[in-house]
Ligand binder design. Structure first.
Ligand code: GUN
Length: 298
C-alpha cells in the first residue's frame, strides 16, 4: 500500500509558516501585499480569484482585488499593472488567466515587474529557474508545491533518482523538470509525441503527471515504490452519483497506481491545495526581498 501524500496538510503547514513570517515582517513595519487582477466574468476564474484574495487576507497580507469588465482594453490593463508595479504596498501581482481574446496575455505577463511576478511566468523568472538560480527566481506555484511534496517523501537531494515529467507546458512541465534537475534528479520530459510512454514511465523513481488527460497513466506504468505526483484535475461524468453528476480525477488511474507506488498524491487533496499556499509563499518571498531580508525556508 502506498503512502498517501496529504497535500491539504502540507499546504496548511506552509500557510502557517507564511502567516508567522508575515507577523514578524509586520512587527518590523512591513506588510506583504498581493494584488489579484481579473478581467471578465468567467465564473470558475471568479471563484479562484476570490479564494486567492481571501487566503492572502488570512495570511495577514494587504490583499487587493481588481475586478475589471470584459470590455477592458489591453492598454487599460497595462496601465493598471504599471500602477501596481510602482505601488510600494504591493509585493505580488497576479493577473488571472485566461484573459479575454482581445488582450495579449504575453504582453501583460511581461508588463509585470519580475520581482512582483508571483506566478513566475515572466521570462526573467523562467530564465533564472532554467539557469538553476532557484533561490533568485520566483517559481511557478504548482510545480513549486509539487516539489515540496516530493521533498517531503524523498528529501531535498534527489541524486541518483530518475524523474519523469509527463507534460511540457510552460506553467507546469518545464519548470517542474528544472526544479527536479536543480535537486540533482536525472530528468526526462515526456509528452504526447513520446514513443512508448509506458516504458519511459516504468523507469521513473519519481513520476509527475501534468497532461490534463483523465486517468491516462495506468497502474502498470508505475515502477514499484515510485513517488507519483498527479498534477491533473479533470472533471468527468459520474453517472453512478446520479444523472448529470460529475467527479474530479487526476491524470493517473489512482486505484491501479496506488497498488504499485511507494507514495502517491490523491485528486483532489494532493497538489491542488499546494498551489494557493505557494502563491502566498511567493508573495512573502517577494516582500522579504523588497525589504532586503532573507525569505524563510519552507
Ligand atoms: N489560471 C489558472 N491557474 C492560474 C495560475 O496559476 N495563475 C494565473 N495567473 N492564472 C491562472
Amino acid at each position: 500500500m502506498a503512502q498517501i501524500i496529504d497535500g491539504k496538510a502540507a499546504a496548511a503547514k506552509i500557510l502557517e509558516k507564511v502567516t508567522r513570517a508575515a507577523e514578524e515582517l509586520k512587527a518590523g513595519g512591513i506588510t506583504p501585499g498581493l494584488a489579484v487582477v481579473i478581467v471578465g466574468e468567467d465564473p470558475a476564474s471568479q471563484v479562484y480569484v476570490a479564494s486567492k484574495s481571501k487566503r492572502a487576507t488570512e495570511c495577514g497580507f494587504h490583499s487587493v482585488q481588481h475586478s475589471l469588465p470584459e470590455s477592458t482594453t489591453e492598454q487599460e490593463l497595462v496601465t493598471l499593472v504599471e500602477a501596481l508595479n510602482r505601488d510600494p504596498s504591493i509585493n505580488g501581482i497576479l493577473v488571472q488567466l485566461p484573459l479575454p481574446q482581445h488582450i495579449d496575455s504575453e504582453r501583460i505577463i511581461h508588463t509585470i515587474a519580475p520581482e512582483k511576478d508571483v506566478d513566475g511566468f515572466h521570462i526573467l523568472n523562467v530564465g533564472l529557474l532554467g539557469a538553476g538560480a532557484v533561490s533568485k527566481a520566483l517559481v511557478p506555484c504548482t510545480p513549486a508545491g509539487a516539489m515540496l511534496l516530493i521533498e517531503g517523501v524523498r528529501g531535498k537531494d534527489l541524486s541518483g533518482l530518475s524523474a519523469v515529467v509527463i507534460g511540457r507546458s510552460n506553467i507546469v512541465g518545464k519548470p517542474m523538470a528544472n526544479l527536479l534537475m536543480a535537486a540533482n534528479a536525472t530528468v526526462t520530459i515526456a509528452h504526447s509525441r513520446t514513443a512508448d510512454l509506458a516504458a519511459v514511465c516504468r523507469g521513473a523513481d519519481i513520476l509527475v503527471a501534468a497532461v490534463g488527460r483523465p486517468e491516462m497513466v495506468k497502474g502498470d506504468w508505475i515502477k514499484p515504490g515510485a513517488v507519483v505526483i498527479d498534477v491533473g484535475i479533470n472533471r468527468i461524468p459520474a453517472p453512478e452519483k446520479g444523472e448529470g453528476k460529475t467527479r474530479l480525477v487526476g491524470d493517473v488511474a489512482y486505484a491501479e497506481a496506488e497498488k504499485a507506488a511507494g507514495a502517491i498524491t490523491p485528486v483532489p487533496g494532493g497538489v491542488g491545495p499546494m498551489t494557493i499556499a505557494m502563491l502566498m509563499a511567493n508573495t512573502l518571498t517577494a516582500a522579504c526581498r523588497a525589504a532586503g531580508r532573507q525569505p524563510p525556508v519552507l
